[in-house]
Design a protein around this ligand. Structure first.
Ligand code: DC
Length: 231
């Protein structure tokens, strides 16, 4: 559980659906405040990648959970290592995004990742992004933001990202329509699962980014954090 030691350390929980911009915004807020940053989605992506490498089906809850228990994960600056190998790029594909969403439905898998996520909560503070940061992992976070945008806007952003990255794998062949459909499926799975579904925490601020630039969204989060801190 999110214990008393953690409560003394400020946490900004940023949740929302895929491609809502929460990763970029969370990272910038963390840099601005000098806080640590937790990209919880990366953990589910790592589990999906490791399962695939070990020929474990993403739907096999117990086998995936067992696999997750044995992973040695290291975050060094912006690189991520799995059992010593740099997998920073390998986890960013559409395939691993889908795999992450599939392994994330299993309560047993989520349970394995709880302590790992709590360990990110260190002084002077943490910005954590994901689906259940404000509802399950850091329920006492003084500031919770639920970031979202229309599905079409998010699909367009993801499509543009893939074009910009010119990934050398199948992703470059994905059409906008494929991306849109993938996002819809992923939203439905993330929102519809029984274990820690994607939902706005009651005390979260809703931030819709359809017509909002990144720096505006960052400023909005920072302003709200200052307001909470002054209380
Ligand atoms: O944020 P992302 O796109 O990297 O996340 C990939 C998937 O991981 C997402 O579709 C659902 C899952 N996830 C989760 O269930 N809980 C989190 N806190 C973060 C991600």
């Amino acid at each position: 559980m999110h214990n008393a030691t953690h409560n003394a350390i400020p946490v900004i929980a940023i949740d929302g659906p895929s491609a809502s911009g929460k990763g970029t915004i969370a990272e910038l807020v963390a840099t601005e405040l000098g806080f640590h940053y937790l990209d919880s989605g990366a953990l589910y992506r790592i589990v999906a990648l490791a399962a695939k490498q070990q020929n474990i089906a993403w739907d096999d809850a117990l086998a995936v959970a067992e696999c997750a228990k044995n992973l040695v994960i290291e975050f060094k600056n912006s690189q991520i290592f799995l059992n010593g190998a740099d997998i920073s790029e390998a986890i960013r594909t559409e395939e691993m995004g889908k795999g992450a969403s599939r392994v994330a439905v299993h309560a047993a898998v989520r349970e394995v990742l709880v302590d790992l996520q709590h360990n990110f909560c260190k002084a002077p503070g943490l910005v954590a992004d994901g689906r259940d940061m404000g509802t399950v992992i850091f329920p006492n976070a003084p500031l919770k933001v639920f970031l979202t945008a229309a599905t079409e806007v998010r699909a367009q952003r993801r499509y543009q990202q893939l074009i910009n990255k010119k990934q050398a794998d199948n992703d470059t062949q994905s059409s906008y329509a494929d991306i849109l459909q993938d996002l819809q499926e992923r939203d439905a799975r993330d929102q519809g699962r029984t274990s820690a579904p994607l939902i706005k925490a009651k005390d979260a601020i809703l931030l819709e980014t359809d017509h909002l630039g990144i720096s505006q969204a960052v400023d909005y989060v920072l302003q709200n954090f200052q307001l909470k801190n002054c209380k």
